[in-house]
Design a protein around this ligand. Sequence first.
Ligand SMILES: [Zn+2]
Length: 472
Amino acid sequence: MSTSSWELSPDLVSGLAEGIGFAQWLGDRVPVASYARISRSRPGAVGRQHLNNAAEAERLGWAVVCLYTDDGVSAADPEVPRPAFERMVRDLLPGRTREGIPIGGVIAVEEERLARTAADYTCLLRALSAMQSGCLYLVDTAELVDIPMTLQSLEKGVKPRGQVEVERMGQRRRRSIRDRAGEGRQSGGQRRFGWLGPDASECRPTNTILDAFESLYLREAVERALAGATWMSIADWLTAENVPTVRGGKWTIPTVQAMLTNPAICGYRVLDGVLVRNAATGEPVVGEWQPVASAEEWSTLVSRCDRWYSPDGDRRGYKDGRASRSRGSAPAPGRSGRAADSDSSRKYLLSGFLRCGYAGANAVCGTKMGGHPAHGTNRHASYRCSSSGCRKVGRRADMLDQYVEAIVRKRMDLTLERWQALDVKTKREVIASLIDEIVVRPIPKGRPRNAPFDPGLIEVIPKPTTTVGDSH
Ligand SMILES: [Zn+2]
């Protein structure tokens, strides 16, 4: 027995029923779709997935606007349709629901819930990558999916986790226990970390008065970030101090980024991605709640990370610098056309080839490294480990590109001039024909950050069967 449904989130519906406009309800949050699926229908199971998604969305500064549910739809048979999944992908293409409510991304508990086959997942990621800043977040792995990179690995034939049927039953069971404990608890509404919840006896709304305990940590987190501490180190510090998050979840890089770049820390507010300003003076409107930072401090933090909030509405996220792929009124290109478009517009020469070489206690990290534009204190574009649990290795993109390009040119006997005449797509094909992967090792402890590029830390692993270049 299976049922599929899609509906506006109850919170949004009650907000609209109270006469609050959508823009006011949304505030400065990113509108996202929550997707839930379960193979064999059990009472409450999909509801708990949606609750998890909503709680995590809130921590990220996102708002669930629509719930898409495939209840009792098996993962085992990819031929069984998933009406809600298909509906969601159709709504993502124009970026709004049938009711006209905008959607800027998707949140789901894990990849297995979301995608049963590579074709499914590719469809979803293509729909997201066609948006200005479409985003996908997986709650269990606290993972903001790198959409371009994942699309590329799917195109290379890497199976999504759902297809290989990795059953992480232990993790699911633990989550389910946590959920049931959580269901007995009064929901805290949409309280922000650092502020008190509502107080009915004093008619005090939520998020106006600072919480004495949390606000100390929030302020110190602001100061650490201003002093240049990494988002990861702030998350680690809050974890080590046993400071609970609003929903009792983990401190992650996205949580910390969203918390410290939220305009609310200085009393500002972002509506529909744009800072609310006084119409007459043009000055930002200051809200009636206690701030923990100055406007200058907030703008410094946003200049370090504008993934979640931005004063000018240009929330770029990890699609930094990528041109919008809005297709306007032109006919939609076919799947292969879009794939080619995606590859030729790829900005980073080596994305998909690089693996993090950080060696932990048990194993080498091995996570793919993604390209990041120059930003704030990072004056050069770089490649960095994209695992939320590691992120220990990064390297300047221009130096790494040059080094690998020199190796490839030598192997192919190409002059610099001929190489530079190639487009990125062709260069990547040439690299793919010679190189399996490139492991980037961390810079040894004690070496200054501005030390010269060290080729000794780069291990280029050739394709096992390659014979190209042997004849030269
Ligand atoms: Zn790593």
